[in-house]
Design a protein around this ligand. Structure first.
Ligand code: ACM
Ligand code: ZN
Length: 754
């Protein structure tokens, strides 16, 4: 009897729980023994039980007005009933703790501080229905919550494309609704200076506008020749700061130095090494037009700029950029070279470090802390600097080991300008960071000890806007990935659970609709994977999957023109074939995938590598991807590629039995701007027993297969069961090329044996 009762209770709770879809997942959620609902109508009061709670009440009312079309009366009289906002002392690591109790007659929200109550209100918003209604049912619930990380941020680049104040505010609201607390405002760059500086009016008059923009993806198909630009006045910046403050969000301004300076130099050419002429850039990338590090006028200018910027932003952090500063102009500049000599600096990296350390002294003198991208590690870190680790996690790890505070923003997980779907039909900068990858991000790198881990303040996603022209595209790029990131940053690590997130996400999608916001539906994409058969018999298994509810997967073999079947289980593919598949949802056909197979003697066979790939370049299908019969047609956007940075590749394929072969072809990526080089040569060695291998020859004759892919074929007339394929890595990248001095990447996605 007892047992049965428990089950019955659990069931009713489970039913109620389905209404509770809070993101980020709170620390503790309890449903009361007796289920019920508190109903908010336009007669429900908001009762302020303490001072300083107006921001929370106003946000709640603004939200109710915008989404449901009514507001509530706010009172400070301690009347019973209604929505009570209050304070309560709590245990927490970082500010922002709150409790929310919804029960008979009232909703009670109490924070340990103002921000805590505000976060409690954000949770309340997520307990409201996702349909418009005049009576909003809030389930009885008991929540205790606090943040895991003290820094929870999103960045917005307003230089590459400019966004109006109204949208910047909306972006800040999005942060607030995700319990984030830092808005990083990237205000200056090569393509536009966006903040008014009264002492240097040309920064915005001249530097705020460019005379055109490339069309399409870099290098582009032309230039639109349209004057483009805009800037924020100091009054507008203050307005944004005040707006954010009411949402317990700190705005961090970024003023780029010494690189990404084209717009500033166009306005004031004497600040560059050559004196110009310069232009506000019309294309994307990294430019040699940087501030002269040998000229004291530049430092005076920078100090003047900061003298005007710092009073606008009460944040303790001032971001000085410091990323991607080419050293070419410094190498040629007598003033820069004199500075190196006078200060006994080793090279231009130390000159960059000199620049940043000198600015840090000034910033520290104003009681502020300097933040810079991880290039500030090169040539020596400024003593008190906070490092934003963007080129992967390495910079953050290094900085934490040097006992510097770190904000993690790695390209590998949180660059929201990267594509989130493989069937992206708008232009993006490339890359591939799907939702689950963001959700799986752990901001404290495992390389750090517990003590070192404490230097990780938190993380932030960056939104660079080269290919983001409008607010709706901003929303599309950040949602739902920012929602996933909010859980990474707020929820206890042990509460993070992808399956649970997926369930709550379904409601979040409805919330985006309720807000009228754009978002990506890539989560529902049809996903294909290729696996070996259990005995590696020369065929492969092709599986299709989707998270889309009420959907059917349709497929055809031999291209699109043959019979259409409904997918039910993995397809066995035995020979050259072309599979076309798509989703059918409510009669609509979506998310097409198309896979061509090119079978050869290696396809579907056992393969191993003796040279481990880079950890993040293992290929989606693992090593088997080398012989899965599917050659990437997508360059680096394809996820099949196995990559080695520095090491050679050695792969061994077991053809299953001794057979006659004639040649071996290796399919390669050739994308030098991204540090990806063809191998020096490919060598094939064959064996009948897997022990004694004999070389059949080498080749470095690459045949271009597209603008960034190539293949190398090695003659291999032999009888063999085992085929060993060796590719010699290009080695160190030569001077004058992107990535000069670093180890080159070698990328391989398919090996064919004929
Ligand atoms: C950066 O993405 N250049 C910081
Ligand atoms: Zn110079």
């Amino acid at each position: 009897m007892r047992k049965l009762l428990t089950i019955a209770l659990l069931c009713s709770h489970a039913a109620l729980f389905s209404q509770v879809n809070i993101i980020p997942q709170p620390v503790e959620v309890k449903m009361p023994k007796v289920a019920g609902q508190f109903v908010i109508t336009k007669n429900t009061p908001i009762v302020l039980e303490g001072s300083g709670l107006e921001n929370s009440a106003n946000f709640l009312n603004d939200y109710l007005q915008q989404v449901y079309g009514f507001t509530l009366k706010v009172t400070d009289k301690s009347t019973p009933g209604g929505i009570h906002l209050n304070y309560e002392k709590m245990e927490y690591t970082y500010p922002g703790a709150y409790v929310l109790r919804s029960g008979k007659g009232q909703v009670y929200i109490a924070g340990d501080n103002e921000a805590g109550t505000f976060y409690g209100v954000q949770t309340l918003l997520q307990l409201l229905p996702v349909e418009k209604s005049a009576s909003l049912k809030v389930p009885y619930i008991d929540i205790k919550d606090y943040p895991r990380f003290q820094y929870r941020g999103l960045m917005l680049d307003v230089s590459r494309h400019f966004f109006p104040i109204s949208f910047v505010k909306k972006y800040i609201d999005y942060l607030a609704m995700h319990k984030m607390n830092y808005f990083h405002w990237h205000l200056t760059d090569d393509q536009g200076w966006r903040i008014e500086i009264k002492k240097y009016p040309k920064l915005t008059e001249v530097g705020g506008y460019r005379n055109g923009t490339i069309i399409g993806r870099y290098p582009g198909t032309g230039n639109d020749h349209q004057r483009y630009g805009g800037f924020y006045t100091q009054e507008e910046a203050k307005e944004i700061v005040a707006y954010a403050a009411k949402r317990y969000i700190t705005v961090i301004p970024e003023i780029e130095m010494p690189g990404h300076a084209s717009a500033a130099l166009t306005a004031y050419p004497h600040l560059g090494c050559t004196g110009g002429p310069y232009q506000v850039q019309q294309t994307w990338g990294v430019f040699n037009d940087v501030f002269c590090a040998g000229n004291d006028t530049v430092f005076n200018f920078m100090q003047d700029v900061l003298d005007e910027v710092i009073p606008l932003f009460p944040a303790k952090y001032v971001h000085v950029g410091a990323d991607e500063c080419p050293k070419d102009s410094w190498k040629k500049c007598p003033k820069c070279q004199k500075r190196i000599k006078d200060h006994n600096l080793k090279d231009e990296h130390e000159l960059q470090s000199y620049f940043i350390q000198r600015m840090e002294k000034y910033i520290n003198g104003k009681g502020k802390t300097l933040v810079g991208w991880d290039e500030i590690l090169e040539g020596g870190l400024a003593p008190n600097a906070v490092v934003m680790s963007w080129r992967g996690e390495a910079g953050g790890i290094e900085a934490a080991k040097q006992k510097h505070q770190v904000i993690m923003t790695p390209t590998t997980y949180v660059y929201f300008d990267y594509s989130q779907t493989k069937s992206e039909d708008s232009v993006t900068i490339g890359g591939f960071i799907p939702l689950q990858k963001v959700y799986g991000y752990e901001p404290i790198p495992k390389e750090l000890t517990a003590e070192e881990g404490k230097y990780i303040l938190g993380a932030q996603a960056n939104l660079w806007t080269e290919y983001i022209l409008y607010p709706s595209k901003v929303e599309y790029m950040i949602f739902p990935r920012a929602t996933a990131l909010s859980e990474v940053l707020w929820s206890p690590k042990e509460k993070r659970d992808w399956n649970s997130f997926e369930k709550r996400l379904q409601t979040q999608f409805k919330r985006y609709d309720l807000w009228g916001s754009s978002y990506s539906k890539a989560y529902f994409d049809l996903k294909a994977s290729i696996a070996p058969t259990p005995n590696y018999d020369g065929s492969i298994l092709y599986s299709l999957q989707t998270a889309a509810p009420n959907s059917k997967i349709l497929y055809t073999l031999n291209g699109y023109d043959s019979k259409v079947s409904v997918y039910s289980k993995p397809l066995v593919v035995k020979m050259d074939d072309q599979i076309g598949a798509m989703l059918e949802v409510n009669g609509q056909q979506l998310s097409p995938v198309n896979q061509k197979f090119s079978f050869n003697k290696a396809t579907g066979r056992k393969v191993s590598i003796t040279t481990p790939t880079a950890e993040n370049r293992r290929g989606n299908g693992g090593t088997f991807g080398l012989v899965n019969g599917a050659q990437s047609e997508k360059g680096i956007l394809g996820d099949e590629w196995l990559g080695w940075q520095g090491p050679d590749m050695e792969a061994i394929i077991d053809l299953g039995k001794i057979q006659s072969i004639s040649s071996v072809k290796v399919h390669l990526l050739d994308q030098q701007p991204s540090w990806v080089y063809l191998p020096e040569y490919v060598e094939v060695l064959v064996s009948e027993d897997g022990k004694n291998f004999q070389s059949t020859g080498k080749s470095n004759q690459a045949v271009k297969e597209s603008h960034n892919m190539a293949s190398i074929t090695v003659p291999a007339a032999a009888k063999a069961r085992y085929v060993k394929v060796f590719a010699r890595n290009h080695g160190t990248i030569a001077d004058g090329n992107p990535g000069a001095g670093s180890k080159a990447w070698l990328f391989v996605d398919e090996i064919s044996v004929n």
